[in-house]
Design a protein around this ligand. Structure first.
Ligand code: XIL
Length: 367
């Protein structure tokens, strides 16, 4: 048996085990059912390791109608060497999602991080376009017809770098100039014309002057792409929120979302979590405040019809990237997600259920 076939079969049996292992909590509603009634997709990032844990897999299957690989489709894992691609984990994860009737987001085709070491040493202005195009044709081409939406370009704006248009000093900008973004979208459209091609970024959620500047830069980028006929169809708003003792506000987001709607773009909430680094250690208090942000934020975005999907960056606190990237000063684990480390639903889960249950149903699919 070829290794890929074996992995597909084992992902299938994980799926079956997962279904049998669904925790007995009949009173718990499933987000995917609440959202389905509103023509909305809801889900989470997941990893190959999480998929292999039956309890976690069961929870993902129970709650999510859309999934995204946390790392497995990034450049580093998919093209570890210039002439070698690796898809075993991503393939198995796509099989898992299909077995559970879930859609899959692809994340991502072009970023400044998680690139393989060889890329940084090999890339030149002369070969960069071919390297980027080939990677996209191979990766997005492999999953053609299976991906709901691709994050074609991730985090291309970084105002602090002070470039025209607010573009980030990435390996791509340095070697290709600003045209790399359009090149990536055109290659993705060629590779998988059915996927919704998305620009994904962070830092544009809160009411704050720097976030307003980021929103404007993102609008500028999207308008420029549209003006040149580039096939960009959606914006992914990552939604890594930060909780403070004084709750943040999201009023300015309404105007931004309206502008995106006027452009005919869909919006996906792609990586939601709430960083509790500035909240008190007391768990009950922290969970309440984190839930408050889930409620306020989701009420804001779900008031807009073109917001079509909500994904959190993981479903349960165990293993959250926030513990590795921005640990709490007091050494306690962060509690940014709707389920705790033992997979018990937290107040943030109830807040998600409420916000989804009370939002207007999405109109028919946008063209
Ligand atoms: C993070 C993953 O969660 C980590 O496991 C990995 O080490 C680094 O990347 N914005 C993104 C995601 O677009 O890809 C990042 O994911 C989190 C921030």
């Amino acid at each position: 048996m070829r290794r890929r076939e074996f992995l597909q079969i084992s992902a299938g049996s994980i799926a079956v085990t997962a279904l049998r292992g669904i925790p007995q909590v009949p009173e718990r509603p499933a987000l995917r059912e609440l959202a389905g009634a509103k023509n909305l997709l809801v889900g989470s990032a997941f990893s190959f390791a999480q998929m292999a844990r039956p309890e976690m897999a069961a929870l993902l299957a129970q709650q999510c109608s859309i999934m995204v690989c946390e790392n497995e489709l990034k450049w580093g894992p998919t093209q570890p060497e210039r002439d070698r691609y690796e898809f075993e984990h991503a393939d198995a994860m796509v099989v898992f999602a299909e077995a559970h009737g879930q859609k899959v987001r692809g994340h991502n085709l072009c970023w400044h991080q998680s690139n393989p070491a060889w890329l940084e040493t090999t890339i030149t202005p002369g070969n960069a376009a071919a390297l980027l195009r080939q990677h996209i044709l191979v990766v997005a081409g492999r999953y053609r017809g299976k991906i709901h939406s691709w994050d074609v370009v991730n985090e291309a704006i970084h105002l602090e770098d002070q470039n025209a248009g607010g573009l980030r000093n990435s390996v791509w900008l340095k070697n290709l100039g600003e045209g790399y973004i359009e090149l990536a979208f055109r290659a993705a459209a060629e590779a998988d014309p059915g996927a919704i091609l998305t620009y994904n970024d962070f830092g544009m959620e809160h009411d704050a002057p720097d976030q307003e500047r980021k929103r404007n830069a993102v609008l500028g980028l999207l308008r420029g792409l549209r003006a040149r006929g580039a096939p960009v169809q959606a914006l992914g708003i990552q939604s890594h929120l930060t909780a403070h003792l004084v709750p943040p506000r999201f009023h300015e987001l309404h105007g931004f979302l309206k502008e995106l709607g006027k452009m005919g773009l869909r919006v996906f909430i792609t990586e939601m979590d709430v960083d509790d680094r500035d909240l008190p250690a007391d768990v009950a208090k922290r969970d309440r405040m984190v839930a408050g942000l889930y409620r306020d934020y989701l009420r804001t975005v779900l008031a807009h019809d073109h917001v079509r999907a909500v994904l959190t960056w993981g479903l349960a606190d165990r293993g959250t990237w926030l513990d590795a990237y921005h640990p709490r000063g007091d050494g306690q684990k962060k509690r940014p997600l709707p389920f705790d480390a033992e997979l018990h639903a937290k107040p943030a889960f109830a807040a998600m259920c409420e916000a989804i249950a009370e939002c207007p149903a999405r109109s028919e699919e946008r063209v």
